[in-house]
Design a protein around this ligand. Sequence first.
Ligand code: FAD
Ligand code: NA7
Length: 457
Amino acid sequence: MSKKRVGIIGAGPSGLAQLRAFEAAKKKGLDVPEVVCFEKQSNWGGMWNYSWRTGVGKYGEPIHGSMYKYLWSNGPKECLEFSDYSFDEHFKKPISSYPPRPVLFDYIQGRIKKNNVRDYIRFDTTVRWVNYDEDTQKFKIVLDNLKLDKTYTEEFDYLVVASGHFSTPNMPYFEGIDEFPGQVLHAHDFRGADPYKDQDLLIIGSSYSAEDIGVQCHKHGAKSVTLSYRSNPIGVNWPEGITEVPLLKYFEGDVAHFKDGTSKRFDAVVMCTGYQHKFPFLPDELRLKTKNNLYPDHLYKGIFFNDAPNLIYLGMQDQYYTFNMFDAQAWVSRDYIMGTYKIPAKAERRLDINKWLIQNEKLKTSFDHVDFQSDYIKDLLSLSDYPDFNVDKVAEMFKEWLKDKDENILTYRDKTFQSVVTGTMAEKHHTEWMDELDDSKERYLYAEDKEEVEEDA
Ligand code: FAD
Ligand code: NA7
């Protein structure tokens, strides 16, 4: 009998987790299916693979990356640590709790470089369209080899969608914006604070991107940062130079008028207004339709598409947990594909989904959100052999992190946490975050050693 075939769309942290899960089974001597991963970029890492480009890439595909220069982890690394590949194993020494992007990118790659995972990935390949044949229960996938400009088709028994959901901007309209003389862009196209030095910057939104881009621009020398919220302000203790105001109503030239009757002149506008879950390669009946939330409807165990469970979505939730959640999902997905984890009938799956949706509706505070996603992780961990980790302790760290941010948004990244995987306490970074303008891996990992060498010489 020929081997079952599994197609994975995307080689970001979620797709790589799926590949790693199969590798782990193979190492145990199990007979794994044939796995192929399609990645439209030329390298792996998804969001963590920084792109200086905006708009379209060298082959004319929409740019996936939304990350920017000077991006430091926005949560403690101890909350996302792989439980089968620790930070200690990778870096061979304790590091701080909030590393910059290149350091986390290095960590993600360390685990997969140990295996031959790269051989399973077809880079520069976009998944253009998917057809599902109900009779044969096979997915027919139309692929574009971007380098060769060749279109071809392949068939799979299972399809894992790991294409991310922080890439297609949600871009609202505000009256008068068409006449605004300065730059207007979405966070997706923001590539770093440098252009906004000495500028008055308006940011729309009150979630992670608004907070992080606002604080980064403040740190790197913006004259003023004004954050405009629709529902709730971020409400932390803002330093002088950052203010929060209610929603923008309209522009008059370069002057923005807000709902509370106040107004101010701006040089540039960054829309930190979130992203759309967008799957242009999936037909209507297979497409996940959801907003950014902690439990998207139609996904059993947060991953199996209820109408066709051989279609598996990874990482589609709003995220407190990231890398370790993708892992926990990928291990369950693998066991389903390999037949060692059975799912119940559709109606029973619907009841389970409803149970989570009802709980999700009841959540009020950020602490509730953390507890909810922690419960979800525990549920996943109970279903596979992904190495257990102390989820309650991680939930506590998330709550500490939320409190730290409330207290001082400029210094929370100087705090340290203890790993639940190794017990190692993080080191303080050699430079306080507000004074550290260089986010390179070399400076982060070796600057201190270098200074010592220079002093000794
Ligand atoms: P992605 O990383 O988005 O990867 C999806 C992959 O799919 C990409 O490589 C893409 O090219 C590929 N793809 C998409 N469509 C196709 C197609 N049709 N064909 C082939 N390939 C395709 N998380 C944290 O834990 N800490 C942080 O500090 C943090 N900061 C963030 C900052 C920003 C600005 C953003 C946008 C996100 C941040 N995140 C952070 C969350 C981040 O999204 C996750 O850490 C992680 O990257 C999600 O992994 P993923 O594999 O699900 O998706
Ligand atoms: P989020 O977390 O989805 O937040 C989107 C924000 O945009 C949120 O504050 C919304 O306000 C706001 N929004 C959405 N539409 C509008 C309109 N029309 N007008 C004003 N404000 C609006 O996205 P982020 O980009 O912050 O974070 C996504 C990921 O990127 C995250 O994982 C980070 O790690 C980085 P609301 O509260 O709904 O009123």
